[in-house]
Structures are given as structure tokens and as C-alpha cells.
Design a protein around this ligand. Structure first.
Ligand code: GLP
Length: 260
């Protein structure tokens, strides 16, 4: 079962996850971080800046993004390449040559998934993968119905996800229809999964992913198949969990040496 940690705020959750990542990077400067986009991981990236300012050196860290939109022009501010540069690579001082994002260019899109899998495999995989979850239950952009064995490939976004993400664009029409995303099988290869979710709007998806049936209809439930998962929530996102009291009890009694 996943470890579930319920925090008082998104900021507290971000501080907790960032402290763990910073400690890992101190211990292993060539750490490999799987980065997610969307609003949810921002408190983690914000808190990591404090660690970078305090002297944690991220210059040898490798990063792999989960996904990218297909067909946005180079430099589009909502391309996940641009978001990762803006939120992670530049502020933390990562070496841009070590930051990988799936290639969403239309030219060569047929091989984008395969090329990304090769890059991940030849690097040796991801040590810690940060995950958000969509209201459809998607992780990365693996919409309901995605195979648990799926690898990086082109997917079609649901209308729900396009509407959710329209807030980042001028209009719904501008939200791409396709994306390139790590598959659920790709994500499950990462050595530690850290799923964050905040707000009432995520409560149903969180309950489905953490406590519901393991089913392709709820892609987030794939985390139940992984041996090392940490779910970090605020109170609202945890509000539909049945075993909430146990998670709190287990967290309070967790031996400090175990970390997250
Ligand atoms: C996005 C991303 C996901 C993200 C999710 C939730 O579309 N592809 O990686 O976890 O949807 O986004 P947010 O954190 O903004 O709610």
C-alpha cells in the first residue's frame, strides 16, 4: 500500500517533498528526477529553490519530464519544455543538456515515443518521479483506458482534460488534442513514485487511485502496483479517503530512519 501523508497546506507538502529530494541530491549529486507539470508540483519546485539557494548543487541532476503537447511551436510558453525550463531547469541550475522532455514536434512524431524510451533506458531510469493527477484520474497524460503496460507514445486528450488545461491557454481551441506521454508502464519503472494532489477537485481521483479498484479506467490506480509510493495531499484532496485515520496513525508512528 502506498504511504499517504496528509499535510495542512500545499506549501507544507511542497516543503516535505523538496526536503526529501534535496537530501537525495546531497547524497547522490547525479540523482535522476522525474518532473511533472501542471500547478500541483509548483510548491515542490518553489521549495527546492530554497535548497538550491542554501547550496544544494543540482548541476549534475538529470531530469525527465512526463509528457509534452504535440504541435506547439518552439518556445510556446505552455509547451512543457518551456514550463520545465521556467520552473525547474533555470531556477535550480540544472544543466539543460541533462533535461529531457518528449519531442512534441509534428515532424518525426511517429518515433517520439520510441526515442524517449531509449533515452530513459540508456540513462538508467528515474530515481524519483513526481506525479500529479488529473480530474479524470490521469497520471502523465495517460487518460482512462491506458494500458498498465503502456510505454511513451502519442495519446489523444479527453475533452475533460482539455477543458481543465484551457486555463493555461487563451481559449479551449488552442489546447492541443494530442500529447506524447510516458506510459503507465514507463512510470511504474521509476524507483520511487511521489504523487501529490491538492484541493477538493482532486478528492475523487485520489480516492480512486489510492483505494479504488486497480483498473485502466482509473489510470492513477496503477500506483497500487508499485513497491515504493508516497502520496502527499492536503486535507481537501484527502477528504474522500476511507482509511484516513490509519494513514495518520501510521505516519505518526513511522520510524524516522525510513524517510518517505
Ligand atoms: C496535466 C499533466 C499532468 C498533471 C495533471 C494535473 O494535464 N499532464 O502531469 O499531473 O494534468 O494538473 P494540475 O496539477 O494542474 O491539476
Amino acid at each position: 500500500m502506498a504511504e499517504v501523508i496528509v499535510c495542512d497546506s500545499a506549501q507544507q507538502a511542497g516543503d516535505l517533498v523538496a526536503a526529501h529530494i534535496a537530501a537525495q541530491v546531497r547524497a547522490c549529486p547525479t540523482f535522476t528526477l522525474g518532473v511533472a507539470t501542471g500547478s500541483t508540483p509548483l510548491p515542490v519546485y518553489q521549495a527546492l529553490r530554497t535548497h538550491a539557494d542554501a547550496g544544494v548543487d543540482f548541476s549534475e541532476v538529470t531530469a525527465f519530464a512526463l509528457d509534452e503537447y504535440v504541435g506547439l511551436p518552439d518556445g510556446h510558453p505552455q509547451s512543457y519544455r518551456a514550463v520545465v525550463d521556467h520552473e525547474v531547469t533555470n531556477p535550480l541550475g540544472l544543466d539543460p543538456a541533462r533535461v529531457h522532455v518528449p519531442d512534441g514536434h509534428l515532424d518525426g512524431i511517429e518515433t517520439a515515443g520510441h526515442r524517449y524510451e531509449e533515452a530513459l533506458t540508456s540513462h538508467g531510469g528515474v530515481d524519483l518521479q513526481i506525479l500529479g493527477i488529473g480530474t479524470t484520474g490521469h497520471i502523465g497524460f495517460n487518460e482512462p483506458g491506458s494500458s498498465f503496460g503502456s510505454l511513451t507514445r502519442v495519446k489523444t486528450l479527453t475533452e475533460r482534460t482539455r477543458i481543465d488545461n484551457a486555463r493555461f491557454f487563451d481559449s479551449l481551441d488552442q489546447v492541443p488534442v494530442h500529447c506524447v506521454t510516458q506510459g503507465l508502464g514507463t512510470i511504474l519503472r521509476a524507483r520511487h513514485l511521489v504523487l501529490l494532489a491538492f484541493g477538493e477537485g482532486k478528492a475523487e481521483a485520489v480516492a480512486g487511485a489510492v483505494e479504488g479498484s486497480v483498473t485502466a479506467s482509473m489510470p492513477g490506480s496503477a500506483i497500487q502496483l508499485h513497491s515504493h509510493v508516497t502520496v502527499v495531499l492536503d486535507q481537501a484532496a484527502a477528504s474522500q479517503l476511507t482509511h484516513r485515520a490509519y494513514y495518520d496513525w501510521a505516519h505518526q508512528h513511522k520510524p524516522a530512519w525510513q524517510g518517505i
